[in-house]
Design a protein around this ligand. Structure first.
Ligand code: 13P
Ligand code: 13P
Ligand code: MG
Ligand code: MG
Length: 369
């Protein structure tokens, strides 16, 4: 059976700063998706959760990707949650909804989107990633390692089908007039892929496809609010869907790179680098508005009906990883605003530094010889 998996995610307000949405907001989203979506037969099933201050709506349906009915359903759920957030005096109410009226597709309107239409396999396991206090490029390294490096994906050696490689579709997110993409394949072009993926602020993995079966395996969100709004409106906390097992990497091979806690852009005021910490579902943020966090829920789906999620990072192994990453966060924070701790000028989400520099320029003097 052909079904579509859609995640639409937005930050529309949060308790006590940028920590987490309120239960009342989540209830409003759930109520809307249930009564206007599931009960009316628009969607087959749904799951609603949060990571940090971002609410994600996962739906299954038969309408394909970029469908305006599905996008509108979710956008309106976020408008309802915004109303609740305003009533409760929450911070950043409606933060990610850049426009009041919905028009066609939430892409470019603020929320993050990751969707794929799939032919359901007899057993269809997939993962839902949600990150907060970071940007879409945060998934570049983990995806590269899971799909192109046998140090993380043993299947590249053990499975003849995985060995045939994958197609990466990578987007240039600085180009805002339209989608500017490139397609590169593993294993032949892994160095070209690496050259692009190193630049996480500009090149972002949009999707990954099997070269053996032609099936889509990964759909990741690529929206950069910074580029849409032209000013700071929050980081572009990304979401991602990854199908696993059989002809695709195993769930554990997709999780493996998250042991690294690699440094990503985001953290306090979206203007710092910090290590990406894997957390349990529905985790808030904390230290220095971070560290950047990522959750991962595993689902199985049959005829569009979802199981309850299994929480991938809720395991003693990841407690050990979290401790290590907390130390890494502490180390880079010791460096405050200097060097790689704070983002370069082009990525700074606030105007304070540029404005101050402008003033200071006037005070500079050239010393006479
Ligand atoms: P099982 O033998 O438990 O099914 O595991 C197979 C597998 O792919 C593990 O990554
Ligand atoms: P969010 O992008 O998660 O709203 O965080 C913004 C921020 O400024 C955190 O310090
Ligand atoms: Mg926020
Ligand atoms: Mg957020």
């Amino acid at each position: 059976m052909k079904i579509t998996l859609s995640i639409i995610k937005a930050d529309v307000g949060s308790i006590g700063g940028h920590i987490r949405p309120s239960d009342e907001m989540l209830k409003a989203v759930e109520q809307h998706i249930k009564t206007k979506g599931k009960d009316k037969g628009l969607i087959i099933d749904y799951y609603i959760g949060y990571t940090g201050d971002d609410i994600s709506i996962l739906t299954t349906h038969k309408k394909g990707v970029g469908n305006s009915t599905i996008h509108k359903l979710c956008y309106e759920a976020f408008l309802k949650a915004t109303k609740v957030a305003k009533e409760q005096g929450l911070y950043g109410a409606g933060q990610d909804l850049l426009v009041e009226a919905f028009s066609g597709n939430v892409k470019g309107m603020g929320p993050q989107v990751a969707e794929m239409e799939i032919e359901e396999r007899p057993a269809e396991p997939f993962l839902m990633f949600m990150a907060d206090k970071t940007e879409p490029g945060a998934f570049n390294l983990p995806l590269y390692l899971s799909f192109a490096d046998p140090m993380h994906c043993a299947g590249l050696l053990l499975s003849p089908k995985l060995k045939k490689g994958f197609k990466f579709v990578i987007m240039d997110v600085n180009y805002t007039q339209a989608d500017r993409i490139i397609e590169l394949v593993t294993p032949e072009e892994i160095y070209d892929i690496a050259v692009l993926l190193r630049d996480t602020g500009r090149f972002v993995v949009e999707s990954i496809w099997s070269r053996v079966t032609g099936e889509q395996i990964v759909a990741a969100s690529t929206t950069r609010l910074h580029n849409i709004a032209g000013k700071y409106v929050g980081k572009d906390d990304p979401v991602m869907l990854v199908r696993t097992q059989k002809d695709f990497p195993a769930t554990g091979e997709i999780l493996s790179p998250f042991t690294i806690g690699h440094l990503v852009a985001g953290f306090m005021r979206g203007s710092h680098n910090g290590p990406l910490m894997p957390v349990r579902k529905n985790s808030p943020t904390s230290f220095f508005d971070g560290p950047p966090i990522v959750s991962c829920l595993a689902f199985s789906v049959k005829n569009g009906k979802l199981t309850k999620p299994a929480d991938c990072f809720d395991h003693p192994y990841w407690d050990y990883v979290r401790n290590k990453i907390a130390q890494k966060a502490e180390e880079i924070r010791k460096q405050g605003f200097v060097g790689p701790a704070m983002l370069p000028m082009s990525e700074l989400e606030y105007t304070g530094v540029t404005e101050t520099l402008k003033e200071l320029e006037k005070k500079f003097k050239i010393r006479k010889k």
